[in-house]
Ligand binder design. Structure first.
Ligand code: HMG
Ligand code: MG
Length: 298
């Protein structure tokens, strides 16, 4: 039987917007967060504390954290690749921080400018300091089935890095198909390796929909009992270090599927579609979400 409830983390404000070439005003980012919480999202990835030279769009991280309208019961997460990022993030009081590694060496180098082993060394003090501050640490594992620079990635490679993250105390494992090449059985194989080291409620899926496989892959995860997924309203985004990668699977599309399956999310799809329409309009384009477009056309 499939899970009866699914938690969706909207990563649109971070993963969705990080790749935008045109500046997006801080107030629009904050408004997007507000609209997502209005729609019933309980977890939102707000921004990242990375180098502004590498990802200029996230340079207003502190301002965005200050501008969002915080509500009780909602968890706000931010990315922190190193101690410098964590030190900048702590005063903004995130509920969760995300350290991000890759299952492929080449992607690790391109994305965070160091080897997998070096990244783990960098994350260890970040995890310790976050825990000392009472903050949960999520790990994101990029390229869990394929790498834009190296090709196929095996479950063994995934498990190796899952174990390294576990050893340094990472609380949660987010398995990411960065370039969207995964198909259901391959995704299950990667997920199963994470599940060998983390309990069901501490494993989540993060799927980019580049090849249109994300919903099928989410269904495949539901079959394993996984009930947490990252998603991006309107299907915003792409990774700056994964050429051609499109956005995350659209939050609207998952909610529509889960509604049809009778799986609870606590999300109001109409308000979610409004949030997607708002940010897409600010970006001067149509929502990528098929469900969003269909409901807007009604
Ligand atoms: P580096 O150049 O190797 O770092 O970058 P460094 O320690 O040598 O520092 C170089 C300069 O950056 C210095 O400044 C530092 O102060 C500064 P300078 O002296 O030249 O003026 N710096 C920072 N500034 C602000 N915040 C920081 C920070 N750290 C150093 N935290 C680094 C290493 C990781 C910082 C860099 O490679 C970086 O920022 N990369 C960005 C990576 C990124 O944001 N990628 C996208 C997010 S991950 C993703 O999208 C995947 C995910 O969605 C899952 C999936 O789909 O796969 C999560
Ligand atoms: Mg991503």
């Amino acid at each position: 039987t499939l899970p009866s409830h699914v938690t969706l983390v909207d990563v649109g404000p971070r993963d969705g917007l990080q790749n935008e070439k045109q500046p997006v005003a801080t107030e629009h980012k904050a408004r997007l967060v507000s609209m997502l919480q209005d729609a019933g999202l309980k977890e939102i990835e707000v921004t990242s504390f990375v180098s502004p030279k590498w990802v200029p769009q996230m340079a207003d991280n502190e301002a965005v954290m200050a501008a969002i309208e915080r509500r009780a019961g909602i968890r706000y997460a931010v990315l922190t690749p190193n101690m410098k990022g964590l030190e900048a993030a702590l005063p903004t009081q995130p509920d969760e921080i995300v350290v991000f590694a890759a299952a492929s060496e080449a992607f690790s180098q391109k994305n965070i400018n160091c080897s997998i082993a070096e990244s783990i060394e960098r994350f260890a003090p970040v995890v310790a300091a976050a825990h000392a501050a009472g903050i949960k640490v999520r790990g994101a594992l990029s390229c869990a089935v394929g790498c834009p620079y190296q090709g196929d990635v095996s479950p063994d490679e995934v498990e190796r890095v899952v174990q390294l993250m576990k050893e340094i105390g990472v609380d949660h494992m987010g398995v990411a198909d960065t370039i969207g090449v995964g198909t259901p059985r391959r995704i299950q194989a990667a997920m199963e390796r994470a599940l060998k080291h983390y309990p069901l409620h501490e494993v989540s899926g993060h799927f980019h929909d580049t090849y249109g496989q994300a919903l099928s892959n989410i269904y495949a995860c539901l079959e394993l009992g996984i009930h947490r997924f990252d998603a991006s309203v309107a299907g915003l985004g792409g990774c700056p270090y994964a050429k051609g990668a499109t956005g995350n699977v659209a939050t609207e599309d998952i909610v529509f599927m889960l509604n049809g399956l009778g799986i609870e999310t606590g999300i109001d799809i109409d308000k979610l579609v409004d949030a997607g329409a708002f940010i897409s309009n600010e970006l001067g384009r149509q929502p990528v979400s098929r469900v969003g477009r269909a409901l807007l056309a009604k």
